[in-house]
Each structure stands twice: as structure tokens, then as C-alpha cells.
Ligand binder design. Structure first.
Ligand code: SAM
Ligand code: SF4
Length: 334
């Protein structure tokens, strides 16, 4: 599928839950959450149907996210079914990592079961290596669980494990080198992500914002000049650089400051309650749930709606246009 601006759409990011066992300040800062009633969340069968139809339209990569996807019951079964869909060649999972080491009834870790289900890459969020800062940022004292989760993922044999670090001034700007060293020692691909206005606004102040370019300069201060590696692409908007001497690759995701950010966008998002969103940084969204639950609508109707959403995909996000978040990240699926 191609949109009006020449974006080739081949990637669907699927949120399977709005629930989470953490409370990250920039994602869902409040303890009291109004979770969606179960009936409003798409069933696994409904999600699989959307992906099957999408695969027929050229979707070849799916990333499962949330909320925290590993909190949804029977997620391993869902991943197995998803991996079997014809045309889905690349399956990834985004997680906070806290549940990856949890043992299942059959003795495998959750990470191993996810890998065995056919998930090739796992993205783990980790903003800090300091337990107190972790607890403050995520609202939960689960730092040891994440480290155990990363170890479990390494043991499970994923093709790639990425670490995602959201940049926050006063919070982790002094830890960027340590995070880089942590990733390098474990063979993980680290990406630094600019804070985006996708949550309630209190932590999204200019004061907390740390631009990717500044993070890069801070890293260069100790590591030496980073060399651009435009040849490295991971199906997303990250720019990659190589650390002199060690060969380590670091990624920067500058949604706010990189003016070319949207040029290579290949993505659609499906929220857990069945809204198809052509862009994270736009309020446009289209309901699929009603169509999925209408017995008179068949797969051709679903395909038509998906094509219509692609046709409405904006050229670029609105984050730089005084964007006011309508929904929190947790409700969209990062
Ligand atoms: N729970 C999983 C996790 O934490 O990785 C998956 C969902 S989470 C919404 C996906 C990614 O979005 C995480 O890497 C998180 O750090 C990022 N994220 C959430 N809110 C953000 C914000 N306001 N700006 C930038 N990234 C954000
Ligand atoms: Fe949960 Fe992930 Fe959002 Fe943190 S970033 S609150 S772990 S969904």
C-alpha cells in the first residue's frame, strides 16, 4: 500500500491492551486508571483478523505493544497464531521487560516462550540504571525484574534485542554513557528517544525535554565523534551512529527535532479497542471494531477501510504544531 506522499505501508504496530503494571510519568502518570471494559477491547481473534487482512494488503512486519503486552492473558498463544499468518515475516514485541523472566507452568521463562512463539526481536524500555530513578520514573520498584528480564531475553536467543531509553533532562542525561556501556557489554542495540507530547502534559515541559542532538553531543564528549551510519535501517525512524574504536551502534529517535522524521514512515497503528491510526502524532483515527463486529461486513470491507486509512495518512506528524495530546501513549500503543 502506498499513501498520497509515497510512504510504503508495510508495518503495523498493534496494541493488545491499555493495561500496565507500571506507571511511567510520560506515558500514564496517574495511579488511578480508567481501564477500558473488556468488551471494548478487541479479542485476539479480532486482532488476528485485522492482521490477516493487512497481510493481504502488504503488511509484512508487526510489532505487538501496549500498555504492557505481557500483562494480557494468553499472550503467548496469540503470538504463536500471529507468527503463523502468511506474509508476516517480521514479528517484534515491545515490553517494559519486567515480566520477561517470569516462569511459565511448563518451566520456560516468558522470554523463551515468546521467542519460541516466533517473535524475532524484542524492544525493552530502560531509561536508567539507577534503581531509585527507575522507581521514580516508572512508579514501580521493578528495576531488578527488568535486569532479570533482559538476561532472560538474552538467554532466549532473539535475533535482536533493542533497548529504548526516553531522554529526560535532570533524570538520565548524566547516565547516557553508562547506558551505552551497559548495552555494549550485553550486545544490545540502544536507541535514545525524544520525549513526545503523547501524555498528560505535566512532565512534558520544555525543561524536561532533552533533544537527541544534545544527547549525541553529551555522548561524544566522552566517546569521541560518532560516525553516521545511514546504511543501518531498522524499519523505523531511528538515525544510527557508530562509536569510534568499539564499533558500537547507537540510535537516536528525534521525533521532535528531526525534520525528516516522517519521510520514511511505513507504519499504521491499531489501538487495543480497534481504532486504526495512520500517525502517532495526529488525532486522526478510524474505527474498525464496529466493522469487525458487524456480521454483514466481510474481509473485503475491512480491507477497504484499511486502504481508506492509508489514503488519509498525513504527510507528517503534528507534534511541532503545538500538538495537544488527546490520548495518552498508553491508550495508543507506543
Ligand atoms: N509497555 C511497553 C514499554 O514500556 O516498552 C510497551 C508500550 S510503551 C507505550 C512503548 C514505548 O513508548 C516505550 O519505549 C516508552 O518509553 C515509550 N513512550 C511512552 N510515552 C512516551 C513519551 N511521552 N515520549 C516518548 N516515548 C514514550
Ligand atoms: Fe507501561 Fe510502557 Fe507506558 Fe511505562 S511506557 S506506563 S511500561 S506502557
Amino acid at each position: 500500500m502506498e499513501d498520497r506522499f509515497g510512504h510504503h505501508i508495510s508495518y503495523l504496530r498493534v496494541s493488545i491492551t491499555d493495561r500496565c503494571n507500571e506507571r511511567c510519568q510520560y506515558c500514564m502518570p496517574h495511579e488511578e486508571q480508567d481501564w477500558l471494559p473488556r468488551s471494548e477491547v478487541l479479542s485476539y481473534e479480532e486482532i488476528l483478523r485485522v492482521i490477516r487482512v493487512g497481510a493481504g494488503l502488504g503488511i509484512s512486519k508487526v510489532r505487538v505493544t501496549g500498555g504492557e503486552p505481557l500483562t494480557r492473558r494468553d499472550v503467548v498463544w496469540f503470538l504463536e497464531e500471529l507468527a503463523r499468518i502468511d506474509g508476516i515475516r517480521d514479528l517484534g514485541l515491545s515490553t517494559n521487560g519486567t515480566l520477561l523472566a517470569r516462569p511459565l507452568a511448563d518451566g520456560r521463562t516468558t522470554a523463551q516462550a515468546v521467542r519460541d512463539a516466533g517473535v524475532r526481536t524484542v524492544n525493552v524500555s530502560l531509561d536508567t540504571l539507577d534503581r531509585d530513578t527507575y522507581a521514580k520514573t516508572t512508579g514501580r520498584d521493578l528495576f531488578p525484574d527488568v535486569i532479570a528480564g533482559i538476561d532472560a531475553a538474552r538467554d532466549a536467543g532473539f535475533e535482536k534485542i533493542k533497548l529504548n531509553t526516553v531522554l529526560m533532562r535532570h533524570r538520565n542525561e548524566h547516565e547516557l554513557w553508562d547506558l551505552a556501556a551497559f548495552a555494549h557489554e550485553r550486545g544490545l542495540l540502544l536507541r535514545f528517544i525524544e520525549l513526545m507530547p503523547v501524555s498528560t502534559t505535566e512532565v512534558l515541559t520544555e525543561d524536561n525535554f532533552l533533544a537527541a542532538g544534545e544527547a549525541k553531543r553529551l555522548l561524544e564528549y566522552r566517546l569521541g565523534p560518532l560516525t553516521a551510519r545511514p546504511d543501518i535501517r531498522t524499519n523505523g525512524p531511528a538515525s544510527y551512529f557508530e562509536v569510534p574504536g568499539t564499533g558500537q551502534i547507537l540510535g537516536f529517535i528525534g521525533a521532535m527535532t528531526n525534520l525528516h522524521f516522517c519521510e520514511s514512515c511505513n507504519k499504521l497503528r491499531l489501538t487495543c479497542e480497534g481504532k486504526l491510526r495512520p500517525c502517532l502524532g495526529s488525532h486522526l483515527e478510524f474505527d474498525l471494531r464496529e466493522a469487525l463486529r458487524d456480521p454483514s461486513m466481510d474481509d473485503a470491507d475491512i480491507a477497504r477501510i484499511i486502504r481508506e486509512v492509508v489514503a488519509r495518512k498525513p504527510e507528517k506528524h503534528d507534534f511541532r504544531e503545538n500538538y495537544q495530546p488527546g490520548r495518552k501513549m498508553i491508550a495508543i500503543g507506543g
